[in-house]
Write a protein that binds this ligand. Structure first.
Ligand code: AMP
Length: 185
């Protein structure tokens, strides 16, 4: 059973590549961003608490996402693709613990590498098409800051475990998908 983390900056193409990976390996796709946006759309208590944080492009607190992941892992039987999680080293350590609790282990982390100018170009493009609340210039800058400060150290965490697979995230969607498959094996 495979359990994989798809990793990269906002705009690196995690969502797009996730669709290919879950299809190819028969995994359950879990995106913390999607789960959090649903809480906001449903106007739950949690949704009300996190809306302004997300609108500003800041990370919500670790315990909120960890609780969501704990439930998602407990409910899964197929193996999972984690998209948008972990985003801090504390979350990465917790993920190892949660997987171990269920007799699982992370297979690998797939990191999509895309230069900053291209990330900004893609995010502004997506803003026009999808109208996501956090795809505007100020919020994009905040999200990239959060990524560089808090999330990028997660890459070293997995490199230290020998689980990091670096993928060139530039090119056609199909070419990138082929690189990702070759890396996962
Ligand atoms: P995403 O759709 O993955 O780009 O996530 C959108 C927003 O959801 C982020 O900018 C954060 O505010 C929040 N978020 C998603 N995943 C996490 C996470 N693992 N930890 C903290 N905040 C998160």
């Amino acid at each position: 059973m495979k359990n994989i983390v798809i990793f990269g900056a906002p705009g690196a193409g995690k969502g797009t590549q996730s669709d290919f990976i879950v299809e190819h390996y028969g995994l359950t796709h879990v995106s913390t961003g999607d789960l959090l946006r649903k809480e906001i759309a449903d106007q739950t208590e949690l949704g009300k608490r996190i809306k302004s944080i997300m609108d500003e492009g800041r990370l919500v607190s670790d315990d909120i996402v960890v609780e969501m992941m704990d439930k998602a892992i407990a409910a899964d039987t197929k193996g999972m693709l984690f998209d948008g999680f972990p985003r801090t080293v504390a979350q990465a350590e917790t993920l190892d613990r949660l997987l171990a609790k269920h007799g699982r282990e992370l297979t690998c982390m797939v990191q999509l590498e895309v230069p900053r100018e291209e990330l900004i170009r893609r995010l502004l493009e997506r803003a026009k098409i999808q109208g996501r609340a956090d795809d505007n210039e100020q919020t994009i800058a905040n999200r990239l800051d959060e990524y560089n400060n808090k999330t990028l150290p997660v890459a070293n965490y997995y490199a230290g475990q020998g689980k990091q697979k670096l993928i060139d995230g530039l090119g056609s969607i199909e070419d990138i998908a082929a690189r990702v498959r070759a890396a996962i094996g």
